[in-house]
Design a binder for this molecule. Sequence first.
Ligand code: NAD
Ligand code: TYD
Length: 349
Amino acid sequence: MKNILVTGGAGFIGSNFVKMMLDAHPDYRIINVDALTYAGNLENLTDIDDNSNYHFIRADIRDRTKMDEIFASCAIDTVVNFAAESHVDRSIVEPEVFLTTNIIGTQVLLDTTKKYWKVNPDDKYCKEYKPGVKFLQVSTDEVYGALGAKGMFVETMPLLPNSPYSASKASADLIVRAYHETFGIPVNITRCSNNYGPYQFPEKLIPLMINNCLNNKELPVYGDGMQIRDWLHVSDHCSAIDTVLHKGLNGEVYNIGGNNEKANIDIVKLIIKTLGKSENLIKYVKDRPGHDRRYAIDNTKITSELGWEPAYTFEQGILETIEWYLDNQVWIANVVSGEYTVYYERMYL
Ligand code: NAD
Ligand code: TYD
């Protein structure tokens, strides 16, 4: 592994991953390809601007010509595909871009890897690939659909996505699987639970509630607030991806999670308490259509087969995260200007 193409590396998880990889593997070169949509932010990466192993290219993963050029010029041997439209609420209002970026974008990357990595690209029966290459698809537990009060997601479960977002991610997973089965591309798929941590765009629950609390704005809780998510610190997600890149068996899917289920309302109350605000800020609003009730990851496969463990407890991670947002108010002020205001008014007002 020498030249890693990280797509979506200017987003929340991608930017954390790029920085972790440069730190953990000083001999790797990271090529970050990002279209810089509303969610992509180069301010997340300013501290590595002068790292000679880091290169940024503004490009859309749906652009075949551009992807081809990048593979040709950068000798890419590893792909970690984070690039996606990632917010469920936006997928309910505008599904189409979710389908084109999340599904077609993934297929374009797979076609390009096939062309550059296959030993004999003109032979449709050839399943031999250059040594050491790998395509890692960053997916989500949301592809499994919703759980009832009991049970956990395991890798062998059927995919039953409920939102346009999760359906687009599930579709991408199936395309990755098909390219592995049919063409032999060496792949892994990771399915992680909800992430939190620094640089998360404040459209997602935790940074939205922190930002609104800081501005004494209402805290919009969907439905009864008793939906459950299984939270993982972003740096634990990144270390799990690094583990799968190095140790994951070809063609395998790995769930990623840290056994940390919380009801939304409890998270909101914890943020309120930590910031010394009043619960009167809570406003129960109309539920999200198709809202999944509960997610919970069974992480037995990645912990027992690959030896990965999360480093953070939720209590430690959420405190650090709140502190990060307190210390980075200029970052928040910049991301909530412009497009965010329009989005917020359309969603909540
Ligand atoms: P994000 O929305 O913060 O970042 C997405 C990035 O992709 C942005 O930088 C954006 O500019 C870029 N992008 C979007 N469309 C693109 C395109 N067509 N071409 C190139 N770049 C494009 O998302 P995130 O929360 O960092 O999630 C990253 C990945 O992890 C996604 O694939 C998501 O499905 C997955 N995931 C997220 C979570 C979570 O809790 N956030 C959990 C599990 C899996
Ligand atoms: P979100 O961060 O959008 O992640 P996902 O939908 O991918 O799990 O939402 C997390 C949970 O918080 C989800 O159950 C929806 C809920 N939620 C609210 O109650 N209010 C909000 O304003 C938002 C953004 C989310």
